[in-house]
Design a protein around this ligand. Structure first.
Ligand SMILES: Cc1cc2nc3c(=O)[nH]c(=O)nc-3n(C[C@H](O)[C@H](O)[C@H](O)COP(=O)(O)OP(=O)(O)OC[C@H]3O[C@@H](n4cnc5c(N)ncnc54)[C@H](O)[C@@H]3O)c2cc1C
Length: 369
């Protein structure tokens, strides 16, 4: 029938609407095109049905409905899967966007986060009490997808991966059970959820430990010419091997565009950027980052302190929905000089917006099992 898959009849949808508390959206519904969108515009999929649960009971209903009608299921929280995994042609999308919301217990220093919440909600709720959970760097990313994959960002070398602060996950499993997984209850499931999380069911809520932090993050940015890449890497590599845990460091190779935002000597040319975030004491920043100023001469150098919440949303617009995006990540112990040269040559010819970056891992991220 028009607007639904052959397996989902109008009568069955009407019955579902009777006991489903959230939204039921098919190809014939108003809002279908909005409901099927994901962050990455490379993926333009047409699900048979989008269900937006209002709570955990609706999630169980949605899973049961999908199974009974033999529909492949995609789960959508923040919709930021770069590979488009939160939508599916002809299947069922369980979209948790009605299940946002974060509650902080400032005494216990914990947060309860609903399955559809975004990072920005959690950052704001926690910072209201001078607390933080280390999450990602773009406020409109989903807590669910990020956490279930591990979670890296600006504070992880100091406080560990997002999953290192995770204490509990409430989940409706693929076979319809509602479970609460912690170190003590369902420990194997809890272990699997911390990194391979999207494979076990729909997470309806998370509980995190929070850490005293903020409100300021101390930051610095140096810009070098592309031709300095070998010397810059040598400095970054040496610094990274013994960097203080409060320092997060990223080196990027990109083109200086839009040209008017860069010094004229490099505008439009390949550049190397070295940026740090220092999440410790302001008094320690100067000494902790001194080796980063002892390397090659930068074209420009800026530093200062900024409210953490401001930093966390600074790139939200630039990284907004609707762009066609291709992202690939990997781990490396070192980069050979000829690889560095090739990367600079590559960004010189690449489409606008292309960049290659290396983030320092380790420290608290490596201390947890
Ligand atoms: C602009 C941008 C910035 C990013 N920044 C960072 C960053 O700083 N740090 C970082 O670690 N990662 C980052 N990522 C990667 C991001 O964390 C992952 O793509 C993550 O999976 C997105 O989660 P989501 O809920 O927004 O996405 P979705 O597309 O909704 O979901 C992603 C995956 O998780 C599954 N899933 C979603 N919700 C649930 C749920 N409730 N229960 C079970 N499975 C679920 C989906 O099925 C899908 O496979 C970024 C991605 C983008 C596009």
């Amino acid at each position: 029938m028009p607007g639904t898959s052959g397996r989902v009849t109008k009568a069955r949808l009407q019955r579902l609407s009777g006991w489903f508390g959230g939204d039921v959206i098919t190809a014939g519904s108003k809002g279908y095109d909005d409901a099927r969108r994901v962050w990455n515009a490379m993926y333009d999929r047409r699900p048979a049905l989008v269900l937006r649960p209002a709570g955990a009971a609706d999630v169980a209903t949605a899973i049961r409905f999908g199974r009974e009608h033999d529909l492949a299921i995609a789960i959508k929280s923040g919709a930021h899967s770069a590979a488009g995994h939160s939508s599916i042609d002809d299947g069922l999308v369980i979209d948790l966007s009605l299940m946002r919301g974060v509650t902080v217990d400032p005494i216990a220093r914990t947060a309860r986060v609903n399955g559809g919440a975004l990072l920005g909600e959690m950052d704001i709720a926690a910072q209201a009490y001078g607390l933080v959970c280390p999450v990602g760097v773009i406020g409109h990313t989903g807590v669910a997808g990020l956490t279930l994959g591990g979670g890296i960002g600006r504070l992880q070398r100091h406080y560990g991966l997002t999953i290192d602060s995770l204490r509990a996950v409430e989940l409706v499993t693929a076979d319809g059970r509602t479970v609460r997984a912690t170190e003590a209850d369902e420990p194997d499931l809890f272990w699997g959820l911390r990194g391979a999380g999207p494979n076990f069911g729909v997470a309806t809520a998370f509980e995190f430990d929070l850490h005293p932090f903020g409100p300021l993050l101390h930051r610095g940015l140096a810009i070098y010419r592309g031709s300095q890449v070998r010397d810059v890497w040598a400095m970054v590599d040496e610094y990274g091997r013994a960097a203080p845990e409060a320092v997060a460091l990223i080196m990027a190779i990109a083109r200086a565009e839009p040209a008017e935002e860069y010094p004229p000597s490099v505008a439009g040319e390949p550049i190397v950027l070295v940026a740090y975030n220092h999440s410790g004491d302001a008094a320690a920043v100067e000494a902790d980052t001194a080796p980063l100023r002892a390397g090659p001469e930068p074209v420009s150098l800026t530093s200062g302190s900024q409210p953490y919440l401001e930093v966390q949303t600074a790139n939200d617009l630039a990284m907004g929905w609707g762009h066609r995006s291709w992202i690939l990540g990997s781990y490396a112990d070192d980069l050979r000089p000829d690889v560095l040269d090739a990367l600079v040559d590559h960004v010189a010819d690449a489409p606008t917006g292309a960049s290659i970056s290396a983030s320092l891992q380790g420290s608290a991220m490596a201390r947890f099992a």
